[in-house]
Design a protein around this ligand. Structure first.
Ligand SMILES: [Zn+2]
Ligand SMILES: [Zn+2]
Length: 389
């Protein structure tokens, strides 16, 4: 089998048959069938449609986990090439079809060469886009059924030249938090506000006051965060003072410490504003995804391997964090880890269309680079003499 050609075939098949969230039964079947063909032990239903391939070689008890996501996004594809999505309203607009093919390619190569000593866990994850796939796999025992010493993940990034690698020894991506604030008041007649109580000035003051948290409570050096109130809703009318204001929004930051501090401070600010007006409030804060924070040692390993594969001049091991988010962050709380971004193609070139755009496509030229990275990483971390089975 010519693996480079096969990976393109698999990638385009997956692209044509996208499935979203946890509904990836066909995709999951496809991956399971391939792993089985390669002689790799397959464990299914780890996080619903998620699956883990286990390849053990030699006698060493060291191990490594490699994670690829396989879900698509709910977007109508606008590409016109032959392998475009056949499922209305769904497309592989984030390149998870490519991530899956690269990892399958590595699984094939490693199952043939078997030149390592230890266990490789091939982790295929659904529902990354919702931030729920990784927690579901963890809840189903990903890190308790198996001893995974370290775990790695790779995501393509359009706008970055093909094969260029970006990672960091600390934060790579933000935590995503959503909040909802409900302010309750007596309401009243617009012409006689003094007879009731008005939640609107309080809501407006909260919108402004929340912004001061970012500039007054966090260090301007090294503690970036962004808070956006994205919705301001009331039940008032032109001459009716509302009884309710609901504010909701999104807050992103880069460390667990900043997140805890921001949550507490937000509540303090909201409580203060409401108290000064004598109004009641309700504050809901939910952490959708934790911040993606690499372990220093694993990041150094990833950088060293990437330099071997694509050349030191194409690797930035100290990248600034990106404000997007990833649920790989949940796996990072379970084992030492590294998440890296790999260029899908510069803007204006093949692979340069931004993620989640209806005309995005994973660059097939990246497949062999990803495969080489995964196999070199395994052989480095589980190095030994060739083992025979
Ligand atoms: Zn993605
Ligand atoms: Zn995405």
């Amino acid at each position: 089998m010519h693996i480079e050609k096969k990976m393109v075939e698999w990638r385009q098949y997956l692209h044509q048959n996208p499935e979203i969230e946890f509904s990836g039964n066909l995709t999951s079947d496809f991956i399971a069938k391939k792993l089985d063909e390669f002689g790799i032990e397959v464990h299914r239903n780890i996080g619903k449609t998620g699956l883990v391939g286990v390849l053990k070689c030699g006698s060493n008890d060291r191990s490594i986990g490699l994670r690829a996501d396989f879900d698509a996004i709910p977007v109508q594809e606008e590409n016109v090439f032959e392998y475009r999505s056949q499922n209305a309203g769904m497309m592989h607009g984030c390149g998870h079809d490519g991530h899956t093919s690269m990892l399958l390619g590595a699984a094939y190569e490693l199952s043939r060469s078997r030149d390592f000593d230890g266990t490789v866990y091939f982790i295929f994850q659904p529902a990354e886009e919702q931030g729920t796939g990784a927690p579901a796999m963890i809840a189903d025992g990903l890190f308790t059924r198996w001893q995974i010493d370290s775990v790695y993940a790779m995501h393509n990034l359009p706008g970055l030249p093909l094969g260029h690698v970006e990672t960091s020894p600390s934060s790579v991506m933000a935590a995503e938090n959503h909040f909802k604030i409900e302010i309750k008041a007596a309401g009243g007649h617009a012409a006689m506000p003094h007879l009731g109580s008005d939640p609107i000035p309080v809501g407006a003051a909260i919108v402004t006051a929340l912004q001061t948290i970012i500039t007054r409570e966090l260090s301007s050096i090294g503690e970036p965060a962004v808070l956006s109130v994205t919705n301001f809703e009331t039940n008032g009318g032109a001459n009716v003072i509302p009884t309710r204001v609901t504010l909701s929004g999104d807050m992103r930051c880069f460390t667990d410490e900043a997140q805890a501090k921001l949550q507490t401070t937000m509540e303090r600010v909201i409580a203060g504003q409401c108290q000064s007006a004598g109004l009641e409030y309700c504050f809901e804060f939910s952490n959708c995804v934790l911040s993606t924070v690499n372990s220093e040692q694993e990041a150094a390993v990833a950088v060293r391997i990437a330099e071997k594969i694509v050349g030191a001049e194409n690797v930035n091991g100290q990248c600034s964090p990106y404000c997007i988010s990833e649920d790989f962050s949940f796996m990072q709380r379970e084992a030492p880890s590294c998440y890296l971004l790999i260029g899908n193609g510069a803007k204006g070139h093949k692979g340069g269309v931004a993620l989640h755009m209806p005309t995005y496509d994973f660059n097939d030229d990246l497949l062999p680079i990803g495969l080489k990275f995964w196999t070199a990483l395994v052989k480095d971390q589980l190095a030994s003499q060739t083992c025979f089975v």
